[in-house]
Ligand binder design. Structure first.
Ligand code: BEZ
Ligand code: FE
Length: 289
């Protein structure tokens, strides 16, 4: 094509692609090109701004490692990760939420009532609940993975002072679908803000904080795996999560308790609990795969 102009360049680029290769890939790529061109036109993007954007991508690549993916973080703080997550999980079950970079597979399997608190600082929290299907039937054999920060806002893989797999758990539910463990109350923390994404947050006056949360992955035979997190209603950052992970049905309460006799039986922690202690009840509802 000769004489490409501002008005014809989008069509010129699109005409180079054939729909016969992989229709879905072509559809997505063409829409991306159209939106990028429309974005440049709408914003009247300058050469300097375009170079700045490319520098951001270069810097994101430079700081990324197998353990730290700055592109995922950019997707998180622009809400793209959460949007894609919500688009892909429009069902009646428990909402999903971002996985985040701090999950590690292989947390030791522990029985109902396990104690994760051990000598971690912080208030004792008893987390209990049930895993069911949409009809309320217990999902015998469901497996729960949980990970969280310690009282200092750090995950075990960010903090050399914590033992491996500290405050991480894998547990299977029984016939009644119930799970229980004791732990400590996690703390709010900032997403990594020492790279180009942090620079962007600072330049726009944005908050890097996430409200405190417990991460969960819940799986059961024949059910769709649920990756989610639950948040306390009274967290100072509950309305301004840096990565937009909060959903109404993922909000819980830390119910304060002063009486040890309120502890259910069968907990490893027994009566060795700090007072006051807190109770969180959270049920998971899984949908068919
Ligand atoms: C997290 O919750 O672990 C997390 C999620 C997104 C970005 C950074 C951290
Ligand atoms: Fe987290």
């Amino acid at each position: 094509m000769k004489n490409v102009s501002i008005d014809t360049i989008t069509q010129a680029v699109l005409s180079y692609y054939s729909d016969s290769t992989d229709p879905r890939f072509m559809f997505v790529l063409k829409a991306l090109i159209e939106h990028l061109h429309a974005f440049a036109k709408e914003t009247e993007l300058t050469h300097e701004e375009w170079i700045r954007g490319l520098q951001f991508l270069y810097d994101a690549g430079q700081i990324s490692t197998p353990e730290r993916n700055e592109f995922v973080l950019a997707s998180d703080v622009t809400g793209l990760s959460s949007l894609i997550d919500m688009l892909g999980s429009q069902h009646e079950g428990t909402s999903s939420s971002v996985l985040g970079p701090f999950h590690i597979a292989g947390a030791p399997e522990q029985a109902y009532g396990a104690d994760l608190k051990r000598d971690n600082a912080g208030a004792t929290v008893l987390v209990t609940g049930r895993v069911s299907d949409l009809e309320g039937r217990a999902l015998n054999g469901a497996v729960i993975e949980m990970w969280q920060t310690a009282d200092n806002g750090l995950y075990s893989n960010q903090d050399e002072a914590q033992p491996d797999y500290n405050l991480r758990l894998t547990t299977s539910v029984g016939e009644d679908g119930r799970y229980a463990f004791t732990t400590v109350r996690p703390a709010p923390y900032k997403v990594p803000d020492d790279g180009p994404v942090g620079e962007m947050l600072k330049a726009t006056g944005r908050n890097a904080w996430r409200p405190s949360h417990l991460h969960f992955i819940v799986t059961a035979p024949g059910k769709r795996a649920l990756v989610t997190e639950v948040f306390p209603s009274d967290d100072p950052y509950i309305d301004r999560d840096a990565v937009f992970g909060v959903r109404e049905d993922l909000i819980m309460e830390y119910q304060q308790k002063t009486d040890l006799s309120d502890l259910p039986p069968g907990l490893e922690v027994g009566e060795d609990v700090t007072l006051p202690w807190y109770r969180v009840d959270f049920d998971f509802v899984l949908v068919d795969d």
